[in-house]
Every structure is written in structure tokens, then in C-alpha cells.
Write a protein that binds this ligand. Structure first.
Ligand code: FPP
Length: 244
């Protein structure tokens, strides 16, 4: 299958992905540095980061990716200054409202990964409602919010223990927040950091990792293209020995 077209400038450009790249996940990083470089308070980086998020999710859908997951707010991020946390939560809140209004246009199925109980009852309810009303759509967007991967694994194990269900890789997967989603094929982290930071530790067992120096607010479709091209140049062996 032709994945790359020669574009007008003669360079290769991915136009579509295939079933080898179903799920891409992003660890958004560098919002604070983006703002600092411009002499602005960190919150401005998050505002710009939220715009980038919309642009990149739309682009991923355009090139045929079926599942996008973003790490928007970790359980550890609550330790940031209140002003910064308040801005991030209000951006998320606005995003959730807008997502419901634009549902028919965007046709996205939303899932929030993480413990919703820490948010206001009203916000948690809107998150649940968005999950419900969007469940008919195919293109999936998982937003990890108040998410920590170790907590997710403990939560899944506790559910299995209390139900008495047998503990297997499959049953544990089915009790993760990502139940029903394929594991990420590719995890992209921006801003030159090279770690998973408690993100999808269970699901990332065989994910390809891609690190870019680009700060999240600067991320463009062309940067996604680079990550996709890099992914397709790799050989995934899943512990096997298949030759090239
Ligand atoms: C990482 O950059 C970014 C975050 C912890 C928050 C991400 C949140 C948003 C973009 C806001 C809303 C999101 C959506 C989904 C609408 P950093 O602050 O750790 O950057 P730094 O390492 O340069 O300080």
C-alpha cells in the first residue's frame, strides 16, 4: 500500500496511514518552556497548547489514524502552582463544552482516562455525558486527565480481585481505562524529554517511542509526518526474530 506521496515540492509526505498505525499517543510537553521563551507566564503556554491539541487531533484523523490518546493532566500535575492548575482545568472545561457542541461536525468518540471523582460534580458529569453521546463515533480520542498509569493498574487489579475474575493479561487490559482500545503503536513525546512519566505503562509494552525537541505548542502536522515516517522505517518484532 502506498503510504507516501510525492508532493509538489518533490519530498515524500505521508498521506494516509494503514492498519499498522492505528493508535498514536502524545505526551504533551514544553508548554511552560514555550511561554518562558517569550517572556510570558506559563499559563500562556497551556492556552497555546490547547490550540495545538485541536490542530494535531484533527490532522491525525485526516491521515487515517483511528485512535489518538493525549496525556493532558497527570495525577502529579496537581502539585503545580494553583494559578497554573486553574488555567489548565478551565481550558479542559472549555474544551469539553466545545466538544459537545461540535460533536456532529467532528464525529469523535471521547473517553477520559483517569479518576473523574476529583473534578467538580458538574464537570465530571459533563465528561460522562460526552463519553455517552459520542460513543457511536469511530474515531477515538482518549484524553488522560488526572491520570496515572500505576494507579490505573492498581485500580484494574482491585476490580478483578473484588469480582473474583481470573487475572490474565486480557482481563487486566479489559479493566484499564483504555478497555476496548488497541495498544498504542506509537507514542510521541515533545520537548526533548525521553521518558514515559507514568503514562500507559501497561499498554506501551510494544509501542514504538518517538521523541522530538519541538515544544508542544509549536507542533505542526509536518512534525506528525516526521514521527509517522520514522515509525514506518522501523521493524516491530514483538520479541521475535523476523528479518527485514
Ligand atoms: C506539559 O507542558 C503540559 C501540561 C502538563 C498540561 C497540558 C494541558 C493543556 C495543553 C491544556 C488543555 C488541554 C486540552 C486537552 C484542551 P509543561 O507545562 O510540563 O511544559 P514544561 O516542561 O516546558 O514546563
Amino acid at each position: 500500500m502506498a503510504l507516501f506521496d510525492k508532493n509538489r515540492s518533490g519530498s515524500s509526505e505521508p498521506v494516509r496511514v494503514d492498519e499498522r498505525l492505528t493508535h498514536i499517543a502524545f505526551i504533551l510537553d514544553g508548554n511552560g518552556r514555550w511561554a518562558k521563551k517569550r517572556g510570558l507566564p506559563r499559563e500562556f503556554g497551556h492556552t497555546e497548547g490547547a490550540k495545538t491539541f485541536k490542530r494535531i487531533v484533527r490532522y491525525c484523523g485526516d491521515i487515517g489514524i483511528k485512535v489518538v490518546t493525549v496525556y493532558a493532566f497527570s495525577t502529579e500535575n496537581w502539585s503545580r502552582p494553583k494559578k497554573e492548575v486553574d488555567r489548565i482545568i478551565s481550558l479542559l472545561d472549555e474544551y469539553i463544552t466545545g466538544a459537545e457542541d461540535e460533536l456532529e461536525e467532528n464525529k469523535i468518540r471521547y473517553t477520559f482516562l483517569g479518576d473523574k471523582s476529583v473534578f467538580s460534580a458538574e464537570m465530571a458529569e459533563r465528561m460522562r455525558r460526552l463519553e455517552d453521546v459520542s460513543s457511536k463515533y469511530e474515531l477515538r480520542l482518549n484524553i488522560a486527565l488526572n491520570y496515572g498509569s500505576r494507579a490505573e493498574i492498581v485500580h484494574a487489579a482491585a476490580e478483578l480481585a473484588s469480582s473474583g475474575e481470573q487475572i490474565t493479561e486480557q482481563s487486566l487490559s479489559e479493566h484499564m481505562y483504555t478497555a476496548g482500545c488497541p495498544d498504542p503503536d506509537l507514542i510521541v513525546r515533545t520537548a526533548n524529554e525521553r521518558r514515559l512519566s507514568n503514562f500507559l505503562l501497561w499498554q506501551a509494552a510494544y509501542s514504538e517511542l518517538y521523541f522530538t525537541p519541538t515544544l508542544w505548542p509549536d507542533m505542526q502536522p509536518a512534525d506528525v509526518d516526521l514521527a509517522v515516517r520514522d515509525f514506518y522505517a522501523r521493524e516491530r518484532r514483538y520479541g521475535g526474530v523476523t528479518g527485514k
